[in-house]
Write a protein that binds this ligand. Structure first.
Ligand SMILES: *[C@@H]1O[C@H](CO)[C@@H](O)[C@H](O)[C@H]1NC(C)=O
Ligand SMILES: *[C@@H]1O[C@H](CO)[C@@H](O)[C@H](O)[C@H]1NC(C)=O
Ligand SMILES: *[C@@H]1O[C@H](CO)[C@@H](O)[C@H](O)[C@H]1NC(C)=O
Ligand SMILES: *[C@@H]1O[C@H](CO)[C@@H](O)[C@H](O)[C@H]1NC(C)=O
Ligand SMILES: *[C@@H]1O[C@H](CO)[C@@H](O)[C@H](O)[C@H]1NC(C)=O
Ligand SMILES: *[C@@H]1O[C@H](CO)[C@@H](O)[C@H](O)[C@H]1NC(C)=O
Ligand SMILES: *[C@@H]1O[C@H](CO)[C@@H](O)[C@H](O)[C@H]1NC(C)=O
Length: 504
């Protein structure tokens, strides 16, 4: 407990200590800002799956005695739609990301909604070191002790877990001939794409939604992420962009005045006085996650939000009744992200609760997942700043006494010149990206070959395609999903005809 908490606290604190330049250690994948009450709302939903545990091996890659230790890996399964083993009906597997698998399953409506048509078995596998899938006796405090235990938390181990579990499950179901399709969003999408490339004998294809597999050092610019956020707001309204851009200096100036912190506290309805860097980070978070989840329908992924939340924020900022009061404008914008339920009496800006158990990302972001996102050009909506690998390395040294391996991911999975590398290697991957998503700058945005396909939605945000459908869905979104379904159908029918030609 102590370590987990200290880490979160430090994580929050480091972001702030580098003045206004908000150098996040981890990329802004789902934050720690989801309120616990949202979880219980989800939990009371109808049952979507059964929960099962599988005895998984600690270390797939060497044979020393400790590597034979095991842990209980959680997976969720729904066989209500499955055509069955005798029909070789397909198996849809979600390759879990950096958090509680139930949260990802409950946000991946695409699999539930397409399963009846495909007669698919649904399986959602939790990533090791997250949720209930804790090595070292299932105790998070022990699993997160230090590098000696956390050392087993890596993407390659996770992929090997998925391969082992899927193979075993198919054997248990006598479904060895059923084709497996893997699905994932965000880091889970990266895992899905890599799984298809590394384990083509276990999965016939991958839908990798908003998976920034190119967001690594010297492949994608560190300015890309914030450029996209800036563009999202600027394309809504120039004045909105200007107000936000100008506000950072005004906040700093006010904080430096006698009684300034009190002015800020009142302007932003903050519960209790906190360092100004907390306020900046709090606003930064609201803008970043609103851009990420700028969905065309109301949503409740990170926080409850109205449809087109960036537009709503800019509407609050451009609201004539706020006159020239920058803080009133910014408060109005923050209120969209933090108080769309209308139930907040004041804002707890130093809240570091982690209801979805995402804190393990700090370790991943300090070892292999060096994803440069913190740079800001002069045009950025945030204060101009550079991203330096050395800053990340020194935080990681401090937090975990560890040195990152910034080139490992691109060595292991590729990334540089990916179009050339995959053009004549690999097949059956869909890369979906919505261009309003700040992560899309590190996504695959061009078709690589006939079967490694990029689907790009100008108006889309972070893995919007995987979300539950709703009556208000736009035509382009329905169209994206239709394309994805058709491509997956092709993979499956090709698999069945190959199986006739090459029976096992
Ligand atoms: C599978 O999901 C559907 C909702 O899509 C639900 O109605 C059904 O009860 C679930 N089945 C199981 C076995 O959990
Ligand atoms: C991790 O903690 C354990 C128990 O306190 C200790 O024995 C071990 O040496 C530590 N490992 C590292 C790499 O610090
Ligand atoms: C397969 O069955 C064995 C024996 O019941 C069980 O121990 C194992 O956990 C099962 N595998 C999976 C993936 O559920
Ligand atoms: C990235 O590129 C810079 C400049 O081209 C080079 O100095 C640096 O060594 C490269 N870094 C890595 C990790 O390859
Ligand atoms: C902003 O409003 C205040 C109070 O209404 C006024 O005194 C000030 O001149 C205005 N400033 C600008 C730049 O319009
Ligand atoms: C949250 O919204 C409600 C309803 O609009 C409002 O009454 C309340 O003051 C807001 N809370 C904060 C902290 O601004
Ligand atoms: C990739 O090819 C498909 C047709 O196979 C097309 O629908 C899609 O628009 C192409 N993607 C891009 C980014 O050009």
């Amino acid at each position: 407990m102590a370590i987990g908490f200290a880490f979160l606290w430090f994580f929050f604190f480091t972001l702030l200590s580098c003045s206004v330049s908000i150098a996040k250690i981890g990329p802004a994948f789902p934050s720690s800002l989801i309120r616990p009450e949202q979880l219980s709302q989800l939990a009371t939903k109808n049952q979507l799956y059964e929960t099962v545990y599988f005895t998984q091996i600690l270390d797939h890659f060497n044979f020393n005695p400790q590597s034979y230790h095991t842990f209980q890996q959680r997976y969720l399964i729904n066989d209500s739609f499955w055509g069955g083993a005798h029909k070789n009906a397909p198996i849809f597997v979600y390759t879990g990301n950096e958090g509680d698998i139930e949260w990802f399953a409950q946000n991946t409506g695409f699999m539930f909604e397409t399963a009846p048509d495909f007669k698919a078995l649904l399986v959602f596998i939790e990533h090791r070191f997250y949720g209930k899938s804790m090595p070292f006796g299932g105790n998070k405090d022990i699993a997160y002790t230090n590098a000696s235990t956390l050392g087993y938390l890596s993407s390659t181990q996770a992929l090997a877990d998925y391969a082992t579990l899927i193979t075993d499950l198919k054997r248990n179901l006598t479904a060895t001939e059923s084709p497996v399709i893997v699905f994932g969003g965000s880091y889970g999408g990266m895992l899905a794409a890599w799984f298809r490339l590394k384990y083509p004998h276990i999965t016939i294809g991958a839908l990798a939604s908003s998976s920034p597999i190119l967001h690594f050092l010297n492949v994608t610019s560190p300015y890309s992420f914030n450029n996209i956020i800036s563009h999202d707001f600027r394309s809504e309204s120039e004045s909105c962009y200007k107000v936000i851009k100008g506000s950072w200096q005004q906040i700093e100036d006010t904080a430096n005045q006698q009684g300034g912190l009190d002015v800020l506290r009142k302007s932003f309805r903050i519960c209790k006085n906190a360092d100004v860097s907390f306020l900046e980070s709090w606003l930064h978070t609201a803008l970043t996650y609103t851009a990420m989840t700028d969905y065309p329908t109301p949503s409740n992924f990170l926080n409850p939000l109205p449809a087109y939340p960036v537009k709503q924020m800019c509407k609050a900022i451009d609201d004539p009744s706020t006159g020239n009061d920058t803080f009133a404008k910014l408060y109005g914008a923050a209120n969209i992200y933090y108080n769309s339920s209308g139930s907040a009496t004041c804002f707890q800006i130093d809240d570091n609760s982690d209801p979805h158990g995402l804190s393990g990302w700090g370790w991943q972001a300090c070892t292999e997942m060096i994803m440069p996102t913190g740079g800001n050009t002069e045009e950025s909506i945030f204060p101009a700043s550079e991203w330096h690998y050395e800053d990340r390395a020194s935080s990681c040294k401090y937090m975990f006494d560890i040195e990152p391996r910034p080139n490992w991911i691109t060595t292991e999975f590729g990334g540089k010149d990916i179009y050339r590398a995959l053009k004549r290697f690999g097949s059956n991957i869909i890369f979906f990206n919505g261009l309003r998503d700040p992560w899309s700058g590190g996504g695959v945005l061009k078709n690589i070959s006939k079967s490694i396909v990029a689907i790009v939605a100008n108006e889309g945000a972070h893995h919007v395609d995987l979300r539950f459908s709703s009556k208000e869905d736009t035509e382009w979104l329905k169209d994206v999903r239709k394309q994805e379904v058709n491509i997956i159908k092709t993979w499956i029918s090709e698999y069945y005809s190959d199986s006739e030609y090459f029976p096992s």
